[in-house]
Write a protein that binds this ligand. Structure first.
Ligand SMILES: *[C@@H]1O[C@H](CO)[C@@H](O)[C@H](O)[C@H]1NC(C)=O
Ligand SMILES: *[C@@H]1O[C@H](CO)[C@@H](O)[C@H](O)[C@H]1NC(C)=O
Ligand SMILES: *[C@@H]1O[C@H](CO)[C@@H](O)[C@H](O)[C@H]1NC(C)=O
Ligand SMILES: *[C@@H]1O[C@H](CO)[C@@H](O)[C@H](O)[C@H]1NC(C)=O
Ligand SMILES: *[C@@H]1O[C@H](CO)[C@@H](O)[C@H](O)[C@H]1NC(C)=O
Length: 650
């Protein structure tokens, strides 16, 4: 690859070897080459010596007879030309002349000058970045003769460019020569080395040229990119919260992270040089835009995040609930509870600004209003107003006094008698508010009546309300129950639904009826015979039996409470009307029998008085009269038995 460029400038070189004297005389120059290369600044000395001549006269000159720049030192048979330091003025063909008795000896040596004392320098136009063109300059300072210079730039082991500088210099001077290569580094270039090699081909023969080499590690950079912020827990915060923000940025070398906050004037205030920024106990003023910047020597990349810190609002809770039903006479405490306010101030009022009728106590974050005892005066919306600094909050609670102290009272207008109308009343005493009252009356499972009450707005007072219902009990109602249910659902306060009830068992009475008398053997008897008269009567409760004898004035004389009235041996005086009564609480049912005791000489052919009595007793007067007539005819009576008489018998 390397082209060897030689400029032949020794064409006119003549090796001067003049042997004008005897072979015994000789002249030598050291160094012995016909040409030497001397580097500017070095020290070079040429030595000329003779042999075979006892006291030669030695002298130095240049071929073109210009003045000698070096110093000459002659001693005996040796003369030295010293060039120290070597400079361009020393570049000549030098002749050493020795005169030995009339003989002249001469020898020449050429001194060529070069300069190549410094290593190449590698310079980059900018820090190398992946993908961005960068110019590498390799310069070789103070070179002479640069037409013999070759510069080669290698990346790793691979040559990038070779350059030589053929134009011969117009004047003798040291010059700095350089080579430029522009390229875009890739990821693969990370860690490779740039090598700049300068070669000065000063020799015309095959002697190895002078080489200088500089190596520079290629530090490839990547500008920060993909800068990202993670925020925990959120960018929306409340006063007092803490937040941790972590920023990451990719680049080579790893970017340095800077956190700052944007100020109102557009400047940024540096907060941290850590990737993680934690802000604690934040305040509303901490809201704003936070900037994370990743930077390294080749660039920077920014990312912004907006944090919003909400002011914490204080809260007011009023308990118990938005409404409270309070029993008249009880004690009720309303509590106003404040959160997130250091020193709240409280005030209570009613919606219509009437007196509170209660006691206020405020302490710390709590204020209570005690209503004791609760009265109608407390029927209000109560408002608790809280001031926290300049902020104000108000909460209200509705107090609804009520009264519903006892169970309903069930009352009947009288005893229950099957078939007789009776009025049942259900009273609910000392109720408030009565317009909320509902009364229902049930018989067993079925509703008999319900009632609600209209509002009496004019006054607030305890009232007694009742429901009345008239019904006719029957025997089927026996054992059934009456239920009176009173409810006081206070407005929408379902959970406060109050309910009270009373129960009464129905005891239905049945008046005595179907009273019957059984006469055995007959109600017409002969004197001395015995008779049993048995009375029975139905009713509820079971009727008591009372036998009486009707006196002539119509009064009844009680005889027995036994069902059976017995005569062991009847007498004439026992004749008469006997009355049986079935009696219970709700009535009396009576039946009578006419007992006829006859003398022994009674005639069988006459009409039977027994039949007559029986018919009379049955009060079947008209058929009985008919029968009397019938029997009278059959008995061939002469009208001595008058119809009036017969009626009297009954
Ligand atoms: C960065 O954070 C580390 C640990 O998280 C800590 O030790 C260091 O002091 C922090 N540096 C700065 C500048 O805050
Ligand atoms: C506090 O109140 C203000 C205005 O009433 C509102 O904008 C803000 O969102 C509230 N803050 C919270 C944490 O609720
Ligand atoms: C009360 O009775 C009326 C009819 O008399 C009925 O419409 C209403 O639903 C009843 N109310 C209740 C609560 O039973
Ligand atoms: C009347 O009753 C008694 C007792 O039960 C009985 O001994 C008597 O024989 C009865 N007399 C008549 C006439 O039936
Ligand atoms: C009622 O009958 C009982 C026996 O059944 C008897 O001991 C009593 O004396 C009777 N009373 C009258 C007043 O006849």
């Amino acid at each position: 690859m390397l082209r060897k460029m030689f400029v032949i400038f020794g064409a006119s070189d003549v090796l001067w070897m003049v042997f004008a004297v005897s072979q015994a005389s000789q002249i030598d120059i050291f160094p012995s080459e016909s040409k030497i290369f001397a580097q500017i600044g070095d020290s070079v000395s040429l030595t000329c010596s003779t042999t075979g001549c006892e006291s030669p006269s030695l002298s130095w000159r240049t071929q073109i007879d210009s003045p000698l720049n070096g110093k000459v030192k002659t001693e005996g048979t040796t003369s030295m030309l010293i060039m120290d330091p070597v400079s361009f003025k020393d570049e000549h063909q030098y002749l050493c002349t020795a005169i030995c008795k009339d003989k002249k000896l001469e020898k020449a040596i050429r001194v060529e000058i070069y300069s190549f004392s410094k290593d190449p320098e590698i310079h980059l136009s900018s820090p190398p970045e992946v993908g961005k063109p960068v110019t590498v300059t390799c310069s070789v300072p103070d070179v002479y003769p640069f037409e013999r210079l070759e510069i080669e730039l290698l990346k790793g082991n691979r040559p990038m460019k070779v350059q030589d500088f053929l134009e011969p210099s117009e004047k003798k001077a040291q010059e700095t020569k350089s080579l430029d290569v522009t390229f875009s580094p890739t990821d693969e270039d990370i860690g490779t080395a740039l090598v700049c090699q300068a070669t000065l081909h000063i020799y015309d023969d095959d002697s190895p040229p002078k080489v200088r080499k500089t190596t520079k590690e290629l530090e490839v950079y990547i500008s920060p990119k993909d800068t990202a912020i993670s925020v925990n827990p959120s960018t929306r915060l409340q006063e007092g919260d803490s937040v941790t923000m972590t920023c990451a940025s990719a680049g080579l070398p790893a970017p340095r992270i800077l956190w700052s906050k944007k100020l109102d004037n557009g400047n940024r205030q540096l907060l941290s040089e850590n990737a993680t920024l934690t802000l604690i106990s934040m305040r509303a003023e901490d809201s704003g835009i936070y900037v994370c910047e990743g930077n390294n020597p080749v660039g920077k990349d920014r990312k912004e995040v907006k944090l919003t810190v909400q002011e914490k609002n204080f809260t007011v809770e009023i308990s118990p609930g938005p409404q409270i039903a309070a029993q008249v006479g009880d004690s009720v405490v309303l509590t106003c509870d404040v959160r997130d306010c250091e020193s709240p101030s409280f005030s209570w009022r009613t919606l219509i600004d009437s007196p509170l009728n209660g006691n206020v106590r405020s302490e710390g974050s709590k204020s209570t209003l005690t209503l004791s005892p609760v009265s109608f005066e407390n029927e209000h919306f109560y408002l608790c107003t809280v001031m926290c600094g300049q902020k104000k909050l108000e909460k209200r609670i509705q107090v609804k006094p009520y009264s519903f102290p006892s169970n309903p009272e069930i009352e009947m207008s009288g005893p229950l008698v099957s078939g007789n109308p009776v009025t049942v009343s259900c009273r609910v005493p000392n109720v408030y508010p009565s317009d909320q009252l509902e009364i229902e009356l049930f018989k067993g499972e079925s509703i008999m009546m319900n009632k609600t009450f209209s509002k009496d707005v004019s006054k607030k007072a305890l009232e007694t309300k009742s429901l009345e219902k008239t019904f006719i009990p029957t025997t089927e109602d026996i054992g059934n129950v009456l239920v009176c249910l009173a409810r006081l659902p206070i407005d929408e306060m379902e959970f406060e639904l109050k309910q009270r009830q009373s129960t009464q068992t129905l005891y239905v009475n049945v008046a005595p009826r179907d009273t019957t008398i059984l006469v055995s053997p007959s109600s017409i008897l002969e004197e001395g015979s015995s008779v049993n008269m048995t009375c029975s009567s139905n009713g509820l409760p079971a009727p008591k039996i009372l036998w009486s004898r009707q006196l002539s004035n119509g009064d009844l004389q009680p005889i027995s409470e036994n069902a059976t009235l017995s005569f062991m041996s009847t007498k004439m005086e026992d004749s008469g009307i006997y009355v049986c009564e079935g009696i219970n609480q709700v009535g009396t049912s009576r039946k009578e029998v006419n007992l006829i005791i006859q003398g022994r000489e009674s005639n069988k052919d006459y009409f039977s008085p027994e039949l007559l009595v029986l018919y009379c007793a049955s009060s079947l007067i008209i058929p009985a009269i008919g029968m009397i007539i019938y029997f009278a005819r059959r008995a061939n009576m002469t009208g001595s038995y008058s119809l009036v008489e017969a009626q009297k018998v009954c």
